[in-house]
Structure formats: structure tokens, C-alpha cells
Design a protein around this ligand. Structure first.
Ligand SMILES: Nc1nc2c(ncn2[C@@H]2O[C@H](COP(=O)(O)OP(=O)(O)OP(=O)(O)O)[C@@H](O)[C@H]2O)c(=O)[nH]1
Ligand SMILES: [Mg+2]
Length: 109
């Protein structure tokens, strides 16, 4: 890779969002092939705050977030994303991609 391009950012930051139980944390664990995040039972809010995960092999950082549900107050969501924003500014990072997780109940994996 061209060194100039490579130096223009530290990480490719990917934000994982979606309903509780849609598999955000499961995806992150599988992506890095490591048990990094706690995975919940269906219908429970397992992830309670934004965390990011990476490994020594890649410059990809996956951000795990709390499940977006009707029962999570909008204040709580705004608060979480404000904290994410502060963290990104402190690290001089930006979100490059958002993965929105959906549950398709017609498909059984
Ligand atoms: N059948 C099936 N189950 C899955 C899949 N992905 C995740 N699960 C299961 O769904 C449950 C919830 O998965 P999580 O990864 O904790 O979901 P999450 O989106 O992180 O949930 P919150 O942290 O609560 O927002 C667990 O029991 C997983 O084993 C999938 O692709 N297929
Ligand atoms: Mg989770």
C-alpha cells in the first residue's frame, strides 16, 4: 500500500448498531475469532456501553454498542453517542462505516 495513504489514518473504525440480540457482539467475536465481548441470551440487554475491539493483525476497530430498543430512552442513546464522540475526538479517529444489524426471524441459522 502507498505509505502516504496508509499514514492518513490509524484505524478503520466500524460502528456496529442494531436491536438487542441482533448479533452485534457475536459478529465481533467471530470477526476476530476471539471471545472479546459478552454475548447475551435472546431478549436481554447484554452490552451496556460502547466498547471497541481490535487485534494485533489488523487495523480494523469494531465498536460494539448497546441494543437500540424502544425501552432504551433516547437520552441514554444520546448520552452514549456523545461519549463515543468525545472518545473519537480524543483519539483523533472517525467512524468510517456503520453496520446496522437486523434480525430476520424467517431465516434460522
Ligand atoms: N440463530 C442465530 N443466533 C444468533 C446469531 N447471532 C447471534 N445469535 C444469538 O443471539 C443472542 C444474542 O447475541 P448478541 O451477540 O449478544 O447480540 P447483541 O446484538 O450484541 O445484543 P445486545 O448486546 O443486547 O445489544 C445470542 O444467544 C447469540 O448466540 C445468528 O446469526 N443466528
Ligand atoms: Mg452485545
Amino acid at each position: 500500500m502507498n505509505k502516504k495513504v496508509n499514514k492518513s489514518f490509524n484505524f478503520i473504525n466500524i460502528l456496529c448498531v442494531g436491536r438487542t440480540g441482533s448479533g452485534k457482539s457475536t459478529f465481533i467475536n467471530n470477526f476476530f475469532d476471539e471471545r472479546l465481548c459478552n454475548v447475551g441470551r435472546k431478549g436481554t440487554h447484554q452490552t451496556q456501553r460502547i466498547n471497541y475491539y481490535s487485534d494485533y493483525k489488523s487495523n480494523i476497530r469494531l465498536y460494539d454498542t448497546i441494543g437500540l430498543e424502544g425501552d432504551v430512552s433516547s437520552d441514554k442513546i444520546v448520552d452514549l453517542f456523545e461519549k463515543l464522540n468525545v472518545e473519537l475526538i480524543n483519539c483523533n479517529e472517525k467512524i468510517h462505516l456503520i453496520l446496522y444489524f437486523i434480525q430476520d426471524k424467517t431465516i434460522n441459522f
